[in-house]
Write a protein that binds this ligand. Sequence first.
Ligand SMILES: Cc1cc2nc3c(=O)[nH]c(=O)nc-3n(C[C@H](O)[C@H](O)[C@H](O)COP(=O)(O)OP(=O)(O)OC[C@H]3O[C@@H](n4cnc5c(N)ncnc54)[C@H](O)[C@@H]3O)c2cc1C
Length: 580
Amino acid sequence: MTTPPQDGMPTTRGMNFFRADRNLAFVCESVMAPDVLERARPELDAMGATAGGELDALAADADRNPPALRAFDAGGRRVDEVVFHPAYREMERLAFCRFGLAAMSHREGVLGWPGRVPHVVKYTLSYLFAQAEFGILCPVSVTDSTSRMLRWFGSDELKARYLPGLTATTPEALRQGTQWMTERTGGSDVGASTTRACRDADGTWRLHGEKWFCSNANADMAVTLARPEGGAAGTSGLAMFLVPRLLPDGTRNAWTINRLKDKLGSRSMATGEVTYAGAVAYPVGDLARGFKQMMEMVNVSRLSNAMRAAGIMRRCVLESVVHARGRAAFGKALVELPLLRASLLEMLLDAEAAASVVLHAAAALDRADGGSAPDRALVRVLTPLAKFWITYRARAVAGDAMSVRGGNGYIEEWPNGRLLRDAHLGAIWEGTSSVVALDVQRAILKDGGLDALAGYARERLATVRVPAAAAWARDVGTGFDDLRRRADAWATSDDAARELDARPAAERLYHLFATSLLLAEGQRLASARRSARKLLAAGLYARRWLGATDTPVFSPAALRWLDALVDWGEVPEGALADAR
Ligand SMILES: Cc1cc2nc3c(=O)[nH]c(=O)nc-3n(C[C@H](O)[C@H](O)[C@H](O)COP(=O)(O)OP(=O)(O)OC[C@H]3O[C@@H](n4cnc5c(N)ncnc54)[C@H](O)[C@@H]3O)c2cc1C
């Protein structure tokens, strides 16, 4: 990481976010095969440069100039157009066309890749993108997952008609997807949905109802849920449909955008309220399994959300370190002040843990899609777990980063305000923190989630041999045993007691899992390069999140290592004693 001149107003402008992140390059070595990483590296480098320069400037512009609804044309005819600032259109070009983020999992040859680009590469590129722009990654993610749904469940006719546009990488050919479930009656309780699906005499399905939160409101097609007439109450009666904005003959389908939401964050992207007034809809997959199919889509969106929150955390670390090194108070650089140092260290540990968790989940998704049953079980629980903690924690990290920048952090010319506003959304949509914690609990109770996570973690813990770290690895193993006993007790506890344990248990599980990954990566670094840098991070993370203490979390001795952690400087094995 380069230190900017000490003019008291340092910025990260123009930095390459990939080159500035030694940790990311190292984690990539853990989750990608060497040939995959070598092929990905030039694109990661290009994305790092784009995110730190052009994209960041566009994101600031688009955030200041949110989209507007043009409901009618000059002649009073309904057009339901969303008008975007040119900066957003340019970000669309970067995300969908230059980097092909929505297409790369579904079409061969994107970025010149032989075959399809692995999820883990897509998530790493998107993690860098998210450090500059959050809003447009929703349209990218839902377009990507619309293709996934069509490929998994769609008829040959739907695939042939819509996949080419969804996976196009030119602005002219590109067609975007989206995913609309939430109604006024509720987002968590999707089973309360009231949108009806009726069938004409000729077999055409038509939807009637309102969707209350419709992100990517300008999309060309929406994957949506509706209840076929006479269907059961609750989620079991919901079917999945694809609703195009334009019908095959080019005329507009019967959906109207009633208005756009005035949002706290994610302001570059349009979220609206939509009425289906007899809109033509095509069934996707098994009508009786609509909600279950939709949960597949929601799950990849949740992982994407965790990735975006991890990216926000990393940007916060970068902003804060650059600021603290480039500004002085009381005759010292801010970075030398113990309390500020402790804050930076905490952010760095949170961000590194999040990066590891997200990229391991992405690699597991690749293996699951390749047919691995254990990885499918792992993804089932790891996705809500990552979404639960990382999006929740990103809010606090973004708040701390704002404080590190002091008054300027509160001023919209600096990126902190946008990071904080965007961070808050991750913990609400695609399931609030409580709702996804309950899903983690369900994955443990019904789908063997704890065994899947603990098994994956224990394989990694078993690799840890450096003595001080091996003791931490044993403690983490014991932590998983304790959680097993705790989860077993849920079988006999009453509903309220069990639900009340969902969040604390998920939090503990996340930290045990994250520490396992950090320890294993630390051992790999220690073996390959004789550096205890990453083991130290693992030990400090465990002290922060697994230790019970009301004394200062980090000792002065631990804080001495902050610069070595930031810069990947020399960390001898003896330093591990300072993490205790
Ligand atoms: C900017 C934005 C964009 C969005 N875009 C989309 C979109 O494109 N498509 C879409 O379908 N949805 C979208 N949403 C909707 C979003 O997914 C929902 O807002 C979210 O799932 C919560 O639903 P709700 O707003 O109805 O809140 P509610 O479900 O009413 O929840 C209110 C509170 O009750 C709590 N709660 C609910 N159930 C439980 C429980 N069982 N136990 C404990 N607590 C519980 C929640 O945690 C929350 O704190 C968007 C939301 C926002 C803010």
